[in-house]
Design a protein around this ligand. Structure first.
Ligand SMILES: Nc1ncnc2c1ncn2[C@@H]1O[C@H](COP(=O)(O)OP(=O)(O)O)[C@@H](O)[C@H]1O
Ligand SMILES: [Mg+2]
Length: 617
């Protein structure tokens, strides 16, 4: 019970936030559902007494009038009682669904509240986020708690109220009822709650199973699933992980003989005792007919603890709410560093001087190896910088640090002299437009795919057109069947899919739109996978022209595509190994010069290449 009770209390505490009027309605319905049968029972007892008196006094007597009044009152109450059932069920159902949505929204915003993304790589956090993913369909829906609550609560109230009525017959019998039933229910609930808890313990296993299942369901993986003939493997893996996860839950679900026999035995015994005593009292003439009727009704009421699925849902689902709220609390508290006293505001014109990495060391959470080891780098405002390095050198990591998605393990990053960690992350990110290597392909209209670069300006079609034009995406968009409204996914009516290169231009347009909306730093992190060396070089050169005066970072593992940048740094072994202009670095005769010549050689002999390129190397 403690677990379930805690869950129920939490549900009750948040319900007013979900819907105040509905919560009140539900509360009133519960009380009426519980109380009306008791009142009706007592009135029925009263009526029986009144009828006996009325029969003696005659039809025109005051006694007969009283009996008729009572009869009418009972009639009204019976109608009210009938009417409340559907109202209560409908209210509970709506309120339940609203609770599901409310909790999802709370967790959604909590998951995104921490400035960084390190928490998303925490398996424990993912185990709990899985619960949110499943909220729409799983048996763990908190809405089921709300749907079960009115039934269970009104039953309990009625049972307790009825037990209280029995006090008038025999105080100790009433007390027995008051105590015994809750004990029985407590034991049952404990078993149910264990099932729910067991289910959560399997979150990691279930997450594995669901991942395997989704590989076979999702379009992005559809090609590989077929080409590699993965389906049988996926199904058998899904089957085994799923079974492994579900077996302990099934074990927990098996009824425990001690609980079942113990509780039914107890209930049987107390009922036998109560009816026996009532019968005995009636036979001896200690009880009037009216009182007997009331007490029999009360006994029936005292038995009205629901023992069905409601309890199951209650315990099951009530485990979810504490889990979600704990996750929320953890996400909101568990920031990479202590919450700062006050965040520094970021000016619209920032950065004026530049961004500086000072002895930055970085290691991913739970990783063995440092990616950056005491890196120093000055990114001057208003100039273009190229960062080159081989795959895995840490280029993307550097960008993630720059955009505040992670914080340095040691050292610090400053922007115009202020520690990045002290800046308002949302304001800082508004100044930075980053196009990542693995940019997102939103299954949304083109308009949104570009507008999301600066959601608060998303209505500005002029800016969007300009951005699309600069990114070379305007032609792509104008050729679409519904222009700017075309959904970029074939999974939707009239949607289309784009080629890799077209997607890339749309993503570039998104970054350019952020620039149009005011971002002062533009980072292009090899969004060029779909391009050949030549096209990448062209694109970077065009961007350097377009973004003159902006703080620009071009990132590439191809040493031959960024030579037009004002400054080039080579990232190697976690530090800046070389730093200078193209010519300077060539003269230096180091890694850049070696790699550039190696790649430019291939570049030159590439049959597609014409004109300049790496030829003057
Ligand atoms: N989220 C992560 N968790 C742990 N290690 C990571 C993560 N992302 C990247 N790495 C590791 O960090 C190193 C640098 O990666 P990355 O910055 O992506 O390199 P680059 O962009 O230069 O190719 C690689 O060894 C990579 O495996
Ligand atoms: Mg990278």
């Amino acid at each position: 019970m403690p677990e379930t009770a805690r869950g129920i209390l939490m549900v009750l505490r948040v319900l007013p936030d979900v819907g105040r009027a509905r919560t009140w309605t539900l509360g009133v319905c519960i009380v009426l559902t519980a109380g009306l049968p008791i009142v009706i029972a007592v009135l029925t007892g009263l009526l029986i007494g009144q009828i006996v008196s009325a029969a003696e006094a005659g039809p025109a007597s005051a006694e007969a009038g009283a009996a008729i009044t009572t009869l009418i009152a009972i009639g009204v109450l019976v109608v009210v009682e009938r009417a409340i059932g559907p109202i209560m069920a409908a209210t509970a159902s709506t309120l339940g669904r609203d609770l599901d949505r409310y909790l999802q929204e709370r967790v959604l915003s909590a998951v995104n509240r921490p400035g960084g993304i390190a928490h998303l790589e925490d398996p424990d956090v993912q185990d709990e986020i899985r619960i949110v993913r499943g909220l729409g369909m799983s048996a763990y829906r908190p809405s089921q708690t709300v749907e079960a609550l009115p039934q269970v609560l009104s039953d309990w109230l009625r049972a307790l109220g009825s037990a209280a009525v029995l006090f008038a017959f025999q105080w100790w019998l009433g007390l027995l009822w008051l105590v015994l039933w809750p004990v029985v229910v407590y034991r049952m609930q404990r078993d149910y709650a264990r099932i729910g808890q067991e289910g959560y313990k399997q979150s990691t296993e279930l997450r594995r199973a669901e991942y395997t299942r989704d590989l076979a369901l999702n379009t992005p993986t559809a090609k590989e699933v077929r080409v590699w003939g993965m389906l049988d493997w996926l199904i058998s893996r899904f089957d085994s992980t799923w079974r492994a996860a579900i077996t302990p839950v099934r074990e927990a679900r098996r009824p425990r003989p001690a609980t079942v026999l113990g509780s039914s035995g107890t209930i049987l015994a107390i009922n036998a005792l109560s009816y026996g005593l009532l019968g005995w009292a009636a036979v001896r003439g200690d009880l009037e007919l009216g009182a007997l009727a009331v007490f029999v009704q009360a006994l029936i009421g005292a038995n009205s603890y629901a023992l069905g699925d409601e309890h199951f849902y209650l315990s099951y689902a009530s485990v979810t709410v504490p889990k979600l709220l704990t996750l929320e609390r953890r996400l909101l508290q568990n920031r990479p560093r202590e919450p700062r006293a006050a965040l520094t505001a970021v000016a619209d014109t920032a950065p004026r001087e530049g961004i500086r990495f000072e002895q930055v060391t970085f290691r991913y959470p739970r990783a063995e190896r440092e990616v950056l080891s005491g890196l120093d780098l000055d990114i001057e405002a208003g100039r273009s910088l190229a960062i080159v390095g081989e795959n895995g050198a840490g280029k993307t990591t550097l960008v993630k640090l720059l955009s505040g998605l992670y914080e340095p393990t040691q050292g610090r990053i400053t922007m115009d002299g202020a520690d990045l960690a002290a800046l308002d992350p949302a304001q800082w990110r508004r100044q930075v437009a980053v196009l990542f290597q693995d940019f997102a392909r939103y299954h949304l209209p083109v308009r949104d795919n570009i507008g999301l670069g600066a959601p608060e300006h998303a209505g500005d079609l002029d800016k969007m057109r300009l951005a699309a034009d600069r990114a070379g995406a305007l032609d792509v968009i104008e050729a679409l069947p519904h222009g700017w409204d075309t959904v970029l996914s074939r999974e939707y009516e009239n949607g289309v899919d784009l080629s890799g290169g077209q997607w890339q231009r749309i993503a570039l347009a998104r970054a350019m739109f952020a620039v149009e909306a005011g971002a002062r730093v533009l980072v292009l992190d090899e969004p060029t996978a779909a391009l050949d060396v030549r096209a990448e070089a062209d694109l970077y050169e065009r961007f350097l022209e377009l973004t003159e005066g902006l703080t620009t970072c071009l990132i590439s593992h191809r040493f031959s595509t960024v030579r037009r940048a004002e400054r080039i740094v080579v990232l190697r072994d976690g530090v800046v190994a070389e730093d200078g202009g193209h010519e300077e670095l060539l003269e230096l005769g180091g890694h850049y010069s070696y790699m550039f010549n190696l790649q430019a050689e291939r570049f030159r002999t590439d049959s597609v290449v014409s004109g300049e390129g790496g030829t003057d190397a």
